[in-house]
Design a binder for this molecule. Structure first.
Ligand code: BEZ
Ligand code: FE
Length: 291
């Protein structure tokens, strides 16, 4: 096309694809560029605003490295990560939620009844439940990968004072499908806001907080892997999670238990918890592969 205009540029773009373009790439680019062009026309985007956008993307690239994923964070705070997740999660079983950037592979095994709390202070939380299928049958050999923040609101990879696998562990269920471990009550925390994504949050009058949560990845042969998180119902940020990860069925109550009632056996902390403690009893329901 020799005469490109603001009205025909989108159609001209569509005509530039080569015959061997992968059909899915073509479909995605066609839709993306249609929306991008409409966005520029609708907002009457100025040169100055376009330049600011480019500078933002450059800054996001410059701050990113193997540990810092600013573009993923951007996708998270824009709601794109959660939307993609919801588009492809099963309508059945426990809801999925965002993975986030702080999962690390190779976490150590955590025996049933094990303790992730070790020397950290903070209220003892006993998290337990059954991993089961949609018919209620317990799943033996399910693998539960668990991670959370320390009481200071930091994941181990953010905190030089924590070991690599602090507050990370993998538990495997027996024939009863049961999981159970002790930890500290997770705290609300802020996503990294010292970079360009933080500027966007501040510029939009938004805060960087996430409600406290326990992260779980649940895997079992023959079932869809579930990436999820569970949230206590008394968290002040539950209705304004900055990465849009909260789902109704993932909100539960940490029930305070009286002093002296901690289970007398079966847990590493049995016999060592004198005061009150919290119970998070939550079953995780997996759906079969292909459903
Ligand atoms: C997280 O829950 O660990 C998380 C998710 C998205 C962005 C930052 C952190
Ligand atoms: Fe998290």
């Amino acid at each position: 096309m020799r005469h490109v205009t603001k009205d025909n540029i989108t159609d001209v773009f569509m005509g530039y694809f080569g015959p061997d373009t992968d059909p899915r790439l073509k479909e995605i680019l066609k839709s993306l560029v249609t929306h991008l062009h409409d966005f520029a026309r609708e907002t009457n985007l100025t040169h100055e605003e376009w330049r600011k956008g480019i500078e933002f993307l450059e800054a996001a690239g410059n701050i990113s490295d193997a540990e810092r994923h600013e573009f993923v964070l951007l996708s998270d705070v824009l709601g794109l990560s959660s939307l993609v997740d919801m588009l492809h999660s099963s309508p059945k079983g426990t809801s999925s939620s965002v993975l986030g950037p702080f999962h690390i592979t190779g976490a150590p095994p955590l025996a049933i009844g094990g303790d992730m709390r070790r020397d950290f202070g903070g209220e003892v939380l006993l998290a337990k439940g059954t991993i089961r299928d949609e018919d209620g049958n317990p799943i033996e050999g399910a693998e539960l990968d668990i991670w959370q923040t320390a009481p200071n609101g930091m994941y181990s990879s953010q905190d030089p004072d924590q070991d690599t696998y602090s507050f990370h562990g993998i538990q495997t269920t027996g024939p009863d499908g049961h999981y159970g471990f002790t930890t500290v009550k997770p705290v609300s925390y802020t996503v990294p806001s010292d970079g360009p994504v933080g500027d966007i949050l501040r510029g939009s009058g938004r805060h960087p907080w996430r409600p406290s949560h326990l992260h779980y990845i649940v895997k079992a042969p023959g079932f869809r892997t579930l990436v999820t998180e569970i949230f206590p119902d008394d968290d002040p940020y539950l209705d304004e999670d900055t990465v849009f990860g909260v789902r109704e069925d993932l909100v539960m109550t940490y029930v305070e238990q009286p002093a002296g009632s901690f289970p007398s056996d079966g847990y590493v902390l049995s016999g060592k918890v004198d005061g009150t403690w919290l119970l998070a009893d939550f079953d995780l329901v997996l759906v079969r592969d292909g459903s």
